[in-house]
Design a protein around this ligand. Structure first.
Ligand SMILES: [Zn+2]
Ligand SMILES: [Zn+2]
Length: 213
């Protein structure tokens, strides 16, 4: 998709609600990070074959972003990282929404998390810093991950839209505050890779997103 600091970013649109999964690939070190492995992750698994997967980073634990975790964990053993507010959601179809959306998904019982992370934490991936941003509102444990000039925003911010806040634990005012204070504070050239739909930039959303003024 794009080269950034010799980082290759591949997007996979997975599952019944077309969630974006991402593979971040460092071809020199053969190391990878996976963000949000959704259902039917075969293409994603093929892309990371031969790479050491350092982290599986979850933006949140709605079923559409975690349904491929079992297959990914079985294939790689890579550690799963999530905010503490949603750690229990991984193994509970009522909490991760797969019970409520049973017309489009089987119940999702994912592997448990290996590590809980929160705002301002800094992870290291192949010599790069990955900064964790807590951006609640779409869900109480929503996280964004910033690496250099890119940010993985999950379902907080989309191109021209924002995440829904009518699911359990969602809160509209909290989401607006997260976007204004955490995401819009990033440099305008920062590229946003959202949980659904095409990429955008912080600057474009700040100037034109109709939901956050
Ligand atoms: Zn969601
Ligand atoms: Zn989603």
């Amino acid at each position: 998709m794009r080269e950034s600091m010799n980082l290759r970013i591949e997007r996979f649109v997975l599952g019944p609600v077309q969630a974006n999964a991402y593979a971040l690939l460092d071809d020199d070190r053969r190391e990878a990070v996976v963000v949000d492995p959704g259902a039917e992750p075969e293409a994603l698994l093929a892309a990371i074959e031969g790479y050491h997967v350092v982290y599986v980073l979850l933006t949140h634990a709605h079923f559409d972003h975690i349904a491929g975790l079992g297959a990914l964990k079985a294939a790689t053993g890579a550690p799963i990282l999530i905010h503490p507010n949603e750690a229990a959601w991984l193994r509970d179809p009522a909490l991760n929404g797969s019970a409520y959306f049973s017309s489009i998904t089987p119940p999702v019982v994912a592997p448990k998390a290996d590590r809980l992370i929160d705002d301002d934490e800094v992870l290291s991936f192949a010599g790069r810093k990955v900064t964790v941003l807590h951006v609640p509102g779409h869900s109480p444990g929503s996280l964004a991950y910033r690496i250099g000039d890119v940010v993985f925003a999950g379902d907080a911010l989309f191109a021209g839209s924002i995440g829904r806040t009518d699911l359990p634990g969602g809160d509209h005012e909290t989401l607006l505050r997260s976007i204004r204070e955490k995401l819009y504070a990033l440099p305008p050239a920062t590229i946003v890779y959202p949980g659904h739909g095409p990429e955008t930039t912080i600057g474009r959303e700040r100037s034109s997103n109709p939901y956050v003024r």
